[in-house]
Design a protein around this ligand. Structure first.
Ligand SMILES: [Zn+2]
Length: 404
């Protein structure tokens, strides 16, 4: 199984001239990418091989050289295909999702260049830099050389993987991807469910709680003036705290499978009268950074050969993990007492048990089951091994990049 990991190195400009040159190139490049997106949106070529000269020459009035145009067209095709594919995926999950996708636009100054116009050249003479980033054939006979110093993650990745020929280049940094072979995932023997919450960032079905200072960290961000340096610092501290919590969870003995709830769209419609939240709560949810937390957890799982699954998030904190009784009154603040069987626990821990149960009940398709058709096709717990495992392993082979 192969995954792609990447590392960032900052560009060290000796002169302002080079900086301006690179900026001019990136601005023009992004403009051309967007022109190609307009072109490919209605008439999508099948793959990169279809991007021949006739197609590329449809975009006119640019000083970019042919090689740079090839890179731009490939990037545009990738963006168009990615948008369409993710739209299809999301339509599958939610029936009422809008029927046509919105045309994407590249807004960041970000170029995905292949060896056609950007190379890393190791200097022959000894110098204080590790390598030169060499741009050629980008147009206007411009040649830019920018010195780069590698960071320690680069050397770590270089030891275990092979460098890809493609780079992501922005005004400040270059992102270098590596292809790494990873051993297959462990069999799911040590499964935990994780409930994401604001009191404790993670409560596990084994009864432990991690990240209990989360509320203080969020409060600290909220106390700072918006957009101030102090707020940036506080946000960084929050992210660091999330990373630490992820590491603590990864240190659990014999962990092989993590189940979390799908927490998409909790920041949406918070002003809608149907689910209106107070101003204080809205601010907290905004700074909470759930997406970051789940992404970090997923990445850490991949690194540690742990499987990562999501289940639907409806009524997780109201359902009893023992008898499945769902009642709003089951949960009273921090404590959970079942109205049916009398089971009592911390409400977050009860929720994490429900999450794990839900995974066992519905299996891998749990996230896709509509809550109204809840009782539909149930999968028995013992079918977890066998067929599902194969499906799960195939899903794990999806590549995704991590940047450090
Ligand atoms: Zn119960």
């Amino acid at each position: 199984m192969k995954i792609v990991r990447s590392t960032k190195c900052s560009l060290q400009f000796a002169t302002d001239r080079k900086k301006t040159q690179l900026r001019l190139f990136l601005v023009e490049y992004v403009r051309v990418v967007n022109l190609y997106i307009d072109l490919f949106w209605f008439d999508t070529p099948e793959n990169n091989n279809k991007l021949v000269k006739v197609v590329l020459d449809k975009v006119e009035g640019t000083w970019l050289a042919y090689n740079a145009k090839v890179c731009a067209a490939r990037q545009a095709l990738g963006i168009v295909k990615g948008t369409k594919a993710s739209h299809v995926e999301r339509r599958k999950e939610r029936k009422r999702f809008k029927s046509t996708p919105k045309k994407p636009r590249l807004r960041r100054l970000e170029a995905h260049l292949s060896s056609l116009c950007a190379k890393l050249i190791i200097p022959k003479r000894k110098s204080s830099f590790d390598t030169w980033l060499h741009f050629s054939k980008i147009g206007n006979k411009t040649i830019i050389d920018i010195p780069i110093k590698f960071h320690s993650p680069y050397f770590e990745l270089a030891e275990i993987g092979t460098r890809c020929k493609q780079f992501i280049i922005t005004e400040e940094y270059i992102q270098i991807p590596f292809r790494i072979n990873v051993a297959p995932k462990l069999l799911p023997t040590g499964c935990i469910g994780i409930d994401t919450g604001m009191n404790a960032l993670a409560s596990t079905s084994t009864g432990e709680q991690f990240g209990t200072e989360m509320k203080d960290k969020i409060e600290r961000v909220k106390r700072c003036q918006h957009g101030s340096k102090g707020q940036k610092r506080a946000r960084r501290a929050l992210r660091q705290y999330i990373d630490q919590t992820v590491n603590k969870i990864m240190a659990i003995d014999g962990l092989t499978l993590v189940v979390v709830e799908k927490l998409e769209g909790i920041t949406k419609n918070t002003r809608n009268p149907k689910r209106r939240l107070g101003k204080n709560m809205r601010c907290s949810i905004g700074t909470w950074n759930v997406a970051y937390w789940l992404k970090r957890l997923e990445m850490a799982c991949e690194r540690n050969r742990v499987s990562f699954r999501r289940v639907a998030a409806y009524n997780t904190s109201r359902t009893c993990p023992v008898c499945d009784h769902c009642n709003k009154k089951n949960r009273q603040g921090l404590s959970f007492v079942c109205r049916n069987c009398g089971y009592a626990d911390n409400s977050d821990i009860a929720a994490s048990k429900t999450i794990l149960n839900r995974y066992f009940k519905f299996g891998d398709g749990a996230g896709l089951i509509d809550r109204r058709k809840d009782c539909g096709s149930r999968i028995l717990p013992d079918s977890l091994s066998g067929q599902q495992d194969i499906a799960a392993q195939q899903r794990d082979e999806v590549k995704f990049t991590e940047s450090k």
